[in-house]
Unconditional design. Sequence first.
Length: 308
Amino acid sequence: MEDKENGTEVTEFVLLGLSSHPQVRFALFFIFLAMYLVTIGGNGLIVILIVTDSNLHTPMYFFLSNLSFIDVCYITTSVPQMLVHCFTDRPTITPGRCLTQMSIALFLAVAECLLLAVMAYDRYIAICSPLRYSLIMSRKVCILLASGLWVSSFLLTIIPAIDMHGRSCRHNVVNHFKCEVQAVLKLGCSDTRASGLVMMMNSVFTVLVPFAFILMTYGRIGLAVMHVRSDHGWSKALSTCGSHLLVVGIFYSTIMALYLRPQKKIFTNEEKVASVFYGVVIPMLNPLIYSLRNRDVKGALMKALARK
């Protein structure tokens, strides 16, 4: 990365973090450490239960294990670095590590967007075509869907990653606790409108299209449930879709508020708070939402504890 005006090369980025006060950073260290441990423990436990309990070898839990894996990887891209920087007055990161962090985080965020859409399709088949569910959502189909969303996520990440790599910067102070795409792009030497347009178009395919598909899917589910007369049917539909709908609402509302809006010239503190929410809080909430609201997961946990 070279400065076009004076030819100097940017060898490091300075991350401003969440606070410049040592006492605040010390408190944040313990807060984020606790959140990180809860996230790793909760998501890791869900993956272990799904792998070891044969009752959870179903398409819904197969995709849930993918979601837990994404959450573990996503929070690990930023929180360990954040914890180390809590004790550093001038936290820095090299351009290479910065690009790698942005690319991996973007890849995982896209994968989660697509995965939530696939999980909505799975719930649609379970409720609207229950007799054909095992035939439609066979093991082969689930593996193909999972492989397709991971490959698609990689392909949708390539163009933004190349664009970020090719940009040069004259400033190296990032108003963030990590290398966030929007924060780093605002450091561009040249006109950033082209990059902003690329990011906006990419967001349409990775955020709006999956979200529209989820809304359409749950619209069909709602119409199907309206014809169910028994209370048991309503209860089953709610237990089947409630956790997923809650996760979708939290995740997409945050991601769209940050990326699908007119961008300012500087990265604001409000945007940093939003980044903390979808990058740290949501991965922690996902296992809590699914474990506390799901009888099968709680039952598998009770059986595992009983064996111990």
